[in-house]
Design a binder for this molecule. Structure first.
Ligand code: NAP
Length: 565
């Protein structure tokens, strides 16, 4: 019986390189790599050896005959991909890990950030070079979005942290946590102690809707909502108020899907995860019954991935419905077999009155073609969200549905405004990078100005010697965890090319001087021993409750647990 890849696929292709018959596609050298929701196993070519399941860092691969309930669909998804992508499974050209000639000597490289893109970068640098690494994070704990972004009910995805943990314990690596680059130490100081600095700082801010009322209490960016349920120590425990019956989530990407799912999942199920204690308590008291997932475009342009959307369909005790609208109905009826819209084909189409009290049961309403225009206010906080039907042509079709939407653009004859009554509006419209002091920033894309991973001066296009960038800070905020593997490889390749070409500046000071500088600037900076102590403390608290861990949710608690090492 063949194997199949399921929901938690991280797309990092660890499985591809161990398959003895090359039956997992698309491979990193095929054009579709990075564009598909999953990697797929061809059941006709699979020899059932299980090597892919052993190599998978997120436990996503199972024999088809062991898939149960809602996971059965993944057997079909794997098989069906090969219907449209016939493949002879011929091997591509072999590639071998590169290395640097001995005369380059031992490089000292700083990696700023400890999330997935930093983890893959460190892994690649330790594998291909003899470099000594310094890893830095502004928080007293590692993981970035792996710890504070991945939803708590996706524990298998979080398992990839185990492969990064082994990297963090490498004797060539030193860890400096609770240390912020740009505040505690500057880029210039990092550069003065390292041959190269790689920025893996992600995209920490949220994109703005740019409509009135956006900053009212009760209007919460997804970055804060997700940080709240994941015990991000920079997000206060009282950030989210769940006393309203309806929540509107603006956007329909995978983050919006995560938020809708967490809001309506039975808290008893979440209690078995590492969800923040304060969020679990709030969800137990929650009065939320209806979550509206609001999209400004149609179902064909939904931003969620199929595996994540299928997860919404199987939420026990939660009804999933689509707001009825002629253009939405038409799009679903005309949906191509492998489109996003086809996944809505058998969902009930309902009239949705956003001004009325939600019904008694728990439900998620998918509302399309609705552009936010204003958050309304009552008693100093959000009372609702006014939406306008996305601009339509005279025939009632969306104007260029594949093109960018101009929310201030022309409205067609069917345009109308509705106000959805809700005391909590979550703005889940994507992340945005935050400038790092001393590094060129591209305001248009919200990323570090770069070319192929080398930080560049945007005016001249010339590389800033010894400065590199990886992950969302380089590509912008899209793509799951595994997308960072190829991204890290590109950046490390650029760095190795520069090392070989003797283009890296030689730092005047070394590791010892850097550690002295850190101790002077941040006497409370912590390292690997403290990180281990935090990990132990959280796991012990979790074991007592039958949970993987109970996270410490404030900087003070994390530092105190670290000190108790
Ligand atoms: P995203 O996928 O870029 O989705 C953003 C959503 O916001 C889209 O629906 C977009 O609609 C909408 N939007 C943007 N500007 C808007 C505006 N002004 N008004 C109304 N709607 C607006 O972002 P994300 O959900 O934050 O996810 C970021 C990345 O992380 C994605 O690549 C995602 O797949 C990944 N991720 C993956 C997982 C997983 O695999 N489990 C979980 C979480 C995140 P338009 O399409 O109309 O612009």
């Amino acid at each position: 019986m063949a194997y199949a890849i399921t929901r938690s696929c991280c797309n990092d292709a660890s499985c591809v390189s161990v398959c003895p018959v090359n039956c997992i596609h698309p491979t990193p050298d095929e054009p579709e790599f990075g564009t598909t929701d999953l990697l797929y196993i061809d059941p006709r070519a699979c020899i059932d050896c299980g090597a892919c399941a052993d190599a998978c860092p997120v436990d996503a691969v199972f024999p088809v005959d062991r898939l149960r309930g809602p996971d059965v669909v993944f057997g079909d998804l794997n098989r069906d991909w090969y219907r449209d992508h016939p493949n002879d499974h011929a091997w591509g050209a072999p590639s071998f890990p590169r290395s640097l000639p001995g005369e380059v000597g031992t490089l000292r490289i700083a990696v700023v950030g400890t999330g997935p893109s930093a983890g893959y970068t460190a892994q690649e640098l330790l594998r291909c070079t003899s470099a000594e690494l310094t890893m830095i994070d502004r928080l007293p704990v590692t993981g970035g979005l792996l710890r504070h972004g991945v939803a708590p009910d996706h524990q298998s995805t979080k398992r990839i942290a185990e492969s990064f943990a082994s990297v963090f314990h490498d004797p060539r690596l030193r860890m400096h946590l609770n240390l912020e680059v740009g505040t505690d130490v500057s880029h210039q100081e990092l550069a003065a102690h390292h041959h190269a600095v790689v920025y893996a700082v992600g995209a920490a801010a949220d994109r703005r809707l740019g409509v009135p009322g956006e900053d009212l209490p009760g209007s919460v960016p997804a970055t804060s909502f997700v940080g709240w349920y994941n015990a991000d120590p920079t997000v206060p425990a009282d950030t989210v108020d769940l006393s309203a019956e309806r929540v509107v989530v603006v956007g329909n990407g995978n983050v919006a899907v995560d938020i809708a799912r967490i809001l309506l999942t039975d808290p008893d199920r979440l209690a078995a995860t590492d969800i923040a204690d304060h969020a679990l308590a709030a969800l137990r008291r929650s009065r939320v019954r209806e979550v509206v997932l609001l999209a400004r475009r149609g179902p064909e342009q939904a931003a969620w991935s199929a595996p994540e959307f299928l997860g919404l369909r199987r939420l026990p005790g939660v009804e999933l419905v689509v707001e009825d609208h002629p253009q939405v109905r038409a799009a679903i009826e005309a949906a191509a077999p492998d489109s996003r819209a086809v996944l809505l084909a058998d969902l009930p189409l309902v009239r949705h009155d956003g001004d009325a009290e939600p019904g008694l049961g728990r439900r998620i309403v998918l509302r399309f073609l609705s552009t936010p225009v204003e958050l309304t206010e009552a008693d100093g906080r959000v009372s609702g969200l006014t939406v306008e039907r996305t601009a339509l042509t005279a025939d009632g079709d969306p104007i260029d549905p594949a093109g960018p939407i101009d929310p201030t653009g022309p409205a067609g004859p069917t345009a109308r405004r509705d106000t959805l009554r809700a005391a909590l509006v979550v703005r889940s419209i994507g992340h945005r990078g935050v400038p790092v002091p001393g590094l060129p920033f591209d305001e248009r894309t919200g990323t570090v100005a770069q070319h192929g991973g080398r930080v560049v001066d945007p005016a001249t296009g010339r590389p800033l010697p010894g400065a590199y960038v990886v992950g969302w800070a380089k590509r912008g905020p899209s793509g799951g965890i595994g997308a960072n593997r190829a991204c890290a490889r590109e950046t490390v390749d650029a760095l190795m090319d520069d090392a070989q070409a003797r283009a890296l500046p030689v730092p005047p000071a070394g590791r010892t001087e850097f550690e002295q500088l850190v101790r002077r600037r941040r006497p409370d900076a912590v390292g690997l021993k403290e990180l281990r102590a935090v990990d132990r403390a959280e796991r012990e608290r979790g074991a007592a409750q039958g949970r993987p861990r109970v996270k410490l949710a404030t900087v003070a608690e994390l530092l105190a647990a670290g000190r108790r090492r």
